[in-house]
Design a protein around this ligand. Structure first.
Ligand code: PMP
Length: 465
């Protein structure tokens, strides 16, 4: 496992709201923690869990009003057709169950995901997570798992620059390309149970889906009897500011068959969910004896999740993410217009990516600039990290309690860092200290060691999952 600031990790001992405190009492502004959605140490969540733990916490083979209340409130936040939910314990479990549901409903086995995607740490979900598997030299792709192109409107096969900024054209072209790739697989006699996609792509580089991409793909998937699964593990619960679920960003006619959620759901207390249609749940019920999950939907996790919804609603945190996020995006776009290192600024609300490049024309990724920026942010007591296939995208995903003052501080510091990078890019990246150089060694080291340690799994014995 890689830590943040691997060669000089932080020991964090307390969190309050959008701030984290290390063992020496230093306070850091947290711009990366999308789990502590309603704030670190949130009193309402802590009290709800504590009260429930004192009273009762057991498996879900009893009736409990926390579970039924939560299931009702949660499904009430989704479009009408998504009326059934399964409560589980992690994003990985949710995606694994989504695979099982899709297979049960379609009677097919194959799954598509998008290049750069991460869907979880289980054997099944790793197989559909190119973000991880592409780093393993010896990895042998499971026969049932296929990869579609990352629909990035900035770099990639279809770039908005080449279509006068028209993202809808880009989205439709990527959807058509994806259809082609799926057809190639079908031509070989394989049928596709489901297409998995994050509603905004996270690990792959903080990339929102271009307009019309999901719309066109949804029609195609329906025509071939395959399901659309939207992974909202990172993007759900209002993070986009605009909508509760990021798949809704392109319009209410986008109707995934299955949605998976997790991370922020219990503000750090483990709980996640799969939300789907009654028909799909019925198909699953017909061919499985039962789905039982010891900890899924336990009273304490549901108490945490209910408190998260209360906090979101009462403090209007989605609205805050929208307003402050818009402000940040606007300022970032201004910074970009004068910058030779910001290639792209993208996102919504509190899900923003700043794509750093060595050259605006060639769009060559600059992971060393991103690493320099992350280190400099840390010196200024702001926690940021870098994402994307090449680690060159600064990711901004703070707790939803992040406010306008925080935004101003973040932007001031970023402006200074960009200034340094603009003036002396080489000096910055050469002088950034041992962390980045060690990081590259670390990453080579960890990828080679993980390759060998997991080669038993990746070798010729493709498992029948
Ligand atoms: N899906 C996405 C999009 C994720 O980002 C993650 C975790 N980073 C997962 C699934 C897996 O969630 P978990 O770590 O809770 O199993």
């Amino acid at each position: 496992m890689t830590l943040f600031f691997q060669s000089n990790p932080l020991k964090i001992v307390q969190g309050i709201g959008q701030y984290l405190y290390d063992e020496l009492g230093n306070r850091y502004l947290d711009c990366i923690n999308n789990v502590s959605h309603v704030g670190h140490g949130n009193p309402r969540v802590a009290e709800a869990v504590q009260k429930q733990l004192h009273l009762l916490n057991t498996n879900s083979r009893f009736l409990h009003e926390n579970l039924s209340n939560y299931a009702q409130r949660l499904t009430g936040l989704f479009p009408e057709h998504l009326s059934v939910c399964y409560l589980v314990n992690s994003g990985s479990e949710a995606n694994d169950l989504a695979i099982r549901l899709a297979r049960a409903h379609t009677g097919r086995k194959d799954i598509f995901s998008v290049d750069g995607a991460y869907h979880g740490n289980l054997t099944t979900t790793m197989a559909i997570s190119p973000y991880k598997t592409h780093k393993l030299a010896s990895y042998k792709q499971s026969k049932w798992a296929h990869v579609a192109p990352l629909p990035c409107a900035y770099r990639g096969k279809f770039q908005r620059d080449n279509f006068a900024g028209d993202e809808a054209t880009v989205g439709r072209l990527y959807a058509s390309l994806t259809e082609q790739v799926i057809e190639e697989v079908r031509d070989k006699g394989r049928e596709v149970a489901a297409f998995f996609v994050e509603s905004m792509i996270s690990c792959g580089g903080q990339t929102p889906l271009p307009k019309d991409y999901l719309r066109q793909l949804q029609k195609y998937l329906q025509s071939i009897g395959s399901l659309l699964v939207c992974d909202e593990v990172q993007t759900g619960f209002g993070r986009s500011g605009k909508r509760m679920w990021a798949f809704q960003l392109d319009g209410d006619d986008i109707k995934p068959d299955i949605v998976t959620i997790g991370k922020p759901m219990g503000n750090g207390f483990p709980i996640s969910a799969v939300v789907t249609t009654r028909e799909i749940a019925q198909s699953f019920g017909n061919i499985n004896t039962e789905y039982f999950n010891t900890f899924g939907g336990n009273p304490a996790s549901c108490a945490a999740a209910l408190a998260v919804l209360d906090e979101l609603e009462q403090n209007q945190l989605q609205k805050q993410a929208d307003e402050v996020g818009e402000y940040i995006l606007e300022k970032l776009k201004q910074l970009k217009s004068n910058s030779t290192v910001i290639g792209d600024v993208r996102g919504y609300g509190y899900f923003i990516g700043i794509d750093l490049v060595r050259n605006l024309e060639s769009k060559v990724e600059a992971p060393e600039f991103a690493q320099f920026a992350v280190e400099r942010f840390r010196q200024e007591k702001i926690l940021m990290s870098a994402e994307g296939k090449y680690g060159n995208v600064l990711k901004f995903k703070p707790p939803m309690v992040f406010n306008m003052d925080d935004a101003r501080l973040f932007l001031n510091v970023l402006t200074k860092i960009l200034d340094d990078l603009e003036k002396q890019p080489l000096k910055c990246t050469l002088n950034q200290g041992s962390d980045s150089s060690r990081r590259s060694i670390d990453s080579v080291h960890s990828s080679s060691s993980s390759a060998s340690s997991s080669s038993w799994l990746d070798s010729s014995m493709e498992m029948d999952l």
